[in-house]
Write a protein that binds this ligand. Structure first.
Ligand SMILES: [Zn+2]
Length: 104
């Protein structure tokens, strides 16, 4: 659900999140937080909250509507990097798929 996105350093990394209004069925255990830019309610998955806690990084949530603004703020020569899913996130997604299949 969230993909951590780096700017030039990990200190500037953010969590890309879906807005609550755009995702009716988030991953189980997702918490509602506020987009750091527009204040919209966003979903933050348990794995992302664990990553934030373990990394000690701020990792503010940014909604997908605000993502273009974040990218536009970067100097033109700066690369945007999207971090791969962590093992914890992949496990969380797999468990969610199993859970949903089981409830069909
Ligand atoms: Zn936003």
């Amino acid at each position: 659900m969230e993909i951590p996105q780096r700017r030039n350093t990990m200190d500037e990394a953010v969590l890309l999140c879906f807005r609550v209004e755009d995702l009716a069925h988030p991953i189980t255990g997702a918490a509602v937080e506020r987009c750091d830019l527009c204040g919209a309610s966003v979903w933050v998955a348990p794995s992302s909250r664990r990553m934030r806690k373990e990394s000690g990084l701020e990792l503010p949530p940014v909604c997908h509507h605000c993502t273009p603004a974040v990218i536009a703020e970067l100097p033109p020569d700066e690369k945007v990097e999207i971090q791969k899913l962590t093992a914890d996130q992949i496990e969380e997604l797999a468990a969610e798929v199993k859970r949903r299949r089981g409830s069909e």
